[in-house]
Design a protein. Structure first.
Length: 384
């Protein structure tokens, strides 16, 4: 007799049904977990003086969805008023599967009235197949009817130490009904940041009704002989204003002029020059009197004067320093120096030069020319 067993078939069917139910539950749970969220992004628009400007809100899903997502939208007043400041808008949006962004355009009305920044809103509702992350977006209407702004130029004497203030003035073309802000940033020219002036990056704010504001740039003093130098202050990032003149020039006036010190002569600021000078020091070799007269060519009349703030730059020689002479007959001579060297422990430099043979006797005016500058005038007395 043949025996049959049937218990295995129902067991397999039960297992298949359980597996199907589990998969269905898991798919439903995954679908619920993958439901995207929806939000409205803020928008900023400049108003304009006439017509309309588009303020485009973006309604966005956090991720693409496998099913359609829908919502309604409508504008609402903030400090801006529908009809006068913007055009009221409402409607509905539908995201097809895979879409993640939808634009909503609201028209902003332009005018020439100076007013504060205004706001309005775009609200979404009746959201289907998505959770709500942010149901309201804010539209900011920036007014562009405020006054214009300008910056002046400034000149300041450098000084020998510490810092001086170069004070720049910002001026509005008229008072504003809202706060105004502008950024001012220094830019090098022939002047160098940190050595000639302190870099500045500052936001200057005008309260309503204020038409001028000032800020300082620190000028660094030194005793270097140099030409006048410049830097710029540039305006940027205006809020509530437009830029009419956005560049101010700062001029650093150098006050480290050459100073001739000649006080060894019969009157102040004079020195005596003789037909020959004999320099000796201990210990020295004794030379015969005949040897004293055997001077090198053009060295029979030497003069030493002193200058303040004078230094040779790298690569320069004594000949780059020129002594200008105007004698008693108004003859003019430019004589290259034969020796230029600093005097230890003081801010003085000795300058040695040869007197021209054709120099007239009497009082001779002396100036020193170096690095594009000319010193003040001193005198020497030329003896027969």
């Amino acid at each position: 007799m043949t025996t049959h067993t049937y218990t295995s078939v129902p067991l397999r069917i039960s297992l298949v049904m359980i597996s199907a139910l589990l998969l269905l539950a898991m798919s439903i749970n995954v679908a619920a977990q993958q439901s995207p969220s929806i939000s409205v992004r803020d928008v900023v628009v400049v108003e304009g003086n006439s017509g309309t400007t588009q303020a485009t809100f973006v309604v966005a899903l956090s991720a693409a969805s496998s099913q359609s997502v829908s919502c309604s939208f409508a504008t609402a007043n903030g400090t801006a008023t529908a009809g006068s400041d913007y055009v009221a808008t409402s409607g509905a949006l539908t995201f097809a599967p895979g879409e993640v962004e939808k634009p909503v355009v609201v028209l902003v009305n332009g005018d020439t009235v100076d007013e504060t920044q205004e706001t309005f809103f775009l609200d979404i509702s009746n959201v289907q197949n998505a959770t709500v992350n942010s149901s309201r977006g804010t539209g900011f209407i920036n007014d562009d009817d405020g006054p214009t702004i300008s910056i002046n130029d400034v000149s300041v004497t450098e000084g020998n130490s510490g810092t001086k203030a170069a004070t720049f003035t910002l001026t509005l073309s008229g008072p504003s009904v809202e706060p105004i802000a502008i950024r001012a940033i220094t830019t090098p020219g022939t002047a160098t940041a940190s050595s000639d002036y302190n870099s500045t990056n500052v936001v200057v704010i005008f309260q309503p009704g204020t038409v001028t504001q000032t800020f300082d740039v620190g000028i660094i003093g030194d005793t270097n002989l140099e030409l006048n130098e410049t830097f710029s202050v540039n305006l940027s990032d205006p809020f509530g204003t437009t830029i009419a003149d956005g560049t101010g020039v700062g001029t650093i006036i150098d006050d480290d002029t050459l100073l001739v010190l000649e006080e060894s002569g019969p009157t102040p600021q004079q020195a005596a020059a003789f037909e020959s000078l004999l320099f000796t020091r201990d210990s020295f070799r004794v030379k015969s009197i005949a040897g004293w007269l055997n001077l090198p060519p053009n060295q029979n009349t030497l003069v030493m004067i002193f200058a303040q703030n004078l230094r040779l730059n790298q690569g320069e020689t004594a000949a780059d320093v020129v002594v200008n002479l105007v004698d008693a007959n108004n003859q003019i001579f430019d004589v290259p120096a034969t020796d230029v060297r600093a005097v230890a422990n003081v801010d003085l430099t000795q300058v040695i030069f040869r007197l021209p043979d054709a120099l007239a006797t009497g009082t001779c005016k002396v100036t020193i020319k170096a690095h594009g500058q000319t010193s003040n005038i001193g005198t020497i007395r030329i003896t027969p």
